[in-house]
Write a new protein. Structure first.
Length: 278
């Protein structure tokens, strides 16, 4: 037997669903790459999100990555969160965010507070607050991956749907752009120059105003540790409006960035997990 020298390395439970299929994205490839690099610093084991609650006691930290929308396994996710909080398990992303990990109520709250977001309401009494538009979008507050989304000619909510659905005007935008952060540090930006091809992304060089826009939402969020993706659309008038603040398991599109950017991201993520364990 060969004896291992030095202190044991921290152990990380990496939560992912390698079989999850998403339109235009290869979740499994991204997480296979990330775990291969995290193993340089940690002892890493992978598990499905439905198994995480039962396994987390055996690890120093848990990293939640491309685990698919939690609406597919709500009871398992609730059990994981309860067990992690009860046992004081370190989780990356930390469970204190108020973006997508808490549902999409934040879009309503930010809209009411005057932030630069797509105008959003969730109650019939507030439909008149929406600007006039050629069409509107109605979608579940707890939705993901466009599930349950439908388009309407006017702002409307089904009877009894208050608080469960979001209504927004359809925005005529030039393109979508995403800003990626580890903790509060900006890493890179990507944009989809063709609105009909959301996940055909290209590197984007943000202006100072663009970064100020994105950082405003990162600072508003209460996430202690982890990765955030700020999704926005550029209107025909040139303004940016928030589409989504993804702080649970944002897909990173690492295959769309140059190698140097990818390596810098891996180093920063590794440092973030180390900081969580400190």
């Amino acid at each position: 037997m060969i004896a291992r020298s030095g202190a044991p390395r921290p152990s990380v439970l990496f939560v992912t669903d390698l079989a999850y299929e998403a339109r235009g994205r290869r979740y499994c490839d991204e997480d296979i790459f990330l775990t291969s690099r995290l193993r340089e610093a940690f002892d890493v084991a992978l598990c499905h999100p439905r198994d995480a609650a039962a396994l987390l006691d055996g690890f120093d930290a848990v990293v939640v990555r491309n685990s698919g929308p939690v609406l597919h396994y709500p009871e398992a996710y609730d059990a994981f969160c309860f067990r992690a909080r009860e046992a004081g398990i370190r989780v990356h992303n930390s469970l204190d965010g108020r973006g997508d990990m808490a549902g999409k109520q934040y879009l309503v709250d930010l809209s009411r507070a005057g932030f630069p977001v797509i105008p959003t309401v969730d109650r019939a009494a507030d439909l008149g607050l929406l600007p006039r538009a050629a069409g509107y979008v109605v979608k579940p507050k707890l939705g993901a991956d466009s599930q349950g989304l439908r388009f309407t000619g006017g702002p409307e909510l089904p009877e009894g749907a208050d608080g469960t659905l979001l209504v927004q005007p359809r925005i005529d935008f030039r393109y979508e752009v995403s800003f990626y952060f580890v903790d509060h540090d900006f890493q890179y930006a990507l944009h989809a120059p063709r609105p009909e091809s959301r996940w055909v992304l290209e590197p984007y060089e943000p202006s100072r105003a663009d970064l100020d826009f994105a950082r405003r939402f990162v600072e508003w969020n209460t996430l202690s540790h982890g990765i955030q993706r700020v999704d926005a659309c550029r209107t025909q008038e040139g303004d940016l409006l928030l589409v989504e603040l993804e702080d649970l398991n944002p897909y990173l599109s690492l295959d769309r960035v140059p190698e140097g950017v990818r390596e810098a991201f891996v180093a920063r993520m590794t440092g973030s997990v180390r900081d969580l364990l400190a």
